[in-house]
Design a binder for this molecule. Structure first.
Ligand code: FE2
Length: 326
């Protein structure tokens, strides 16, 4: 059977989301996902992995139905091989390897953050941006150097998303995630907090610890507001230094925390004050999703003429972006 040209399936399973996306005929055709929540049990990675295995077939069928394709139309598969939680990564890898061998089609193992960058470039029409990558597990300033992305600066301890989640748990919020912190921060007033920038690197753990100490004496709104203002200013200062050093003309904000409206506004202002164009993808493509994996697999397959250099299908929970062919 002749396959419809360029239909690519992408599988994302690095953390709490199992996402399956489909890219084809020059556009994203489907972006289906299910996100693990505590109703499935505790917060152990193995519980999230069990969730991903249980919903895998349902999400795959939904993505194919939304895209109007059958499994036999799929010509290429991509999946996240890392970084991420090993039990979760194994679910995506197993599904991808199985489908690829059954359908006898090529398989591309991808770096998760690289997919966040490439879908952002695609959405914003950017050529060669300074990348401000903000996710749960990592926070980095990146630029392309030849066939890889290079890290100019990064968090010295935790990712910004994990810092925000940690703060939300310290507050005892029922919805302990970044969207809730952003919402309550709008009502708060500023109080001074520790500010840690070292060149183009930065650190968040001291900020979280100080917020936890101050919580009994201050409202959640004041702490959330001050945390955001301080953490985002740190990131913007380091990014501005990177922008001046690299003289890039575009700034791309991407990753799960890029959904935060206040962070978007601050990075946009910083970029525009320095004469650079600012952009970020729509929220659907900044959160963890399968469409970014499908698009990036398609892009890299084309870019390398069907010979993407990484053929190793072992998962890499601590995969560094400098090691990923881009
Ligand atoms: Fe992510």
């Amino acid at each position: 059977m002749k396959k419809r040209a360029s239909i690519t399936l992408g599988i994302e399973s690095t953390a709490h989301t199992l996402g399956i996306g489909i890219y084809g005929n020059g556009k994203i055709l489907a972006n289906s996902y299910r996100t693990y929540s505590q109703k499935f049990g505790g917060m152990k990675p193995s519980d999230a992995a069990d969730h991903h295995a249980v919903v895998f077939e349902e999400v795959l069928r939904e993505a194919m139905a939304n895209a109007g394709v059958s499994v036999h139309d799929i010509a290429l598969i991509g999946y996240s091989k890392g970084p991420g939680l090993a039990p979760c990564l194994r679910v995506g890898r197993t599904g991808a390897v199985l489908l690829s061998s059954m359908l006898k089609i090529p398989l591309i193992p991808l770096h998760h953050s690289l997919a966040h960058i490439e879908i952002g470039r695609y959405e914003c029409g950017m050529e060669d941006p300074l990348v401000v990558y903000v996710s749960g597990g990592n926070t980095q300033l990146l630029v392309r150097k030849g066939s890889h992305y290079s890290v100019l600066g990064e968090t010295l301890d935790m990712g910004l998303g994990n810092a925000i989640d940690h703060l939300a748990r310290e507050m005892g919020l029922e919805k302990a995630h970044g969207g809730e912190i952003e919402r309550i921060a709008r009502e708060g007033n500023y109080i001074e907090l520790p500010y840690t920038v070292k060149g183009m690197d930065f650190a968040f753990s001291g900020l979280v610890t100080r917020c936890a100490q101050l919580l009994p004496k201050h409202s959640n709104a004041d702490i959330a507001h001050s945390f955001q203002e301080t953490a985002f200013a740190m990131l913007c200062e380091a990014a501005e230094r990177a922008l001046m050093l690299t003289k890039k003309k575009e700034v791309l904000l991407c990753g799960g925390v890029a959904q935060n409206g206040r962070l978007q506004g601050m990075v946009k202002a910083m970029a525009e004050e320095n004469g650079a164009v600012y952009g970020t993808a729509r929220n659907e493509y900044n959160k963890d999703n399968g469409a970014m994996i499908a698009y990036t697999a398609h892009y890299l397959y084309d870019r390398y003429g069907g010979k993407y250099p990484d053929r190793d299908n072992n998962i890499r929970p601590k995969y560094r972006i400098e090691d990923a062919p881009a």
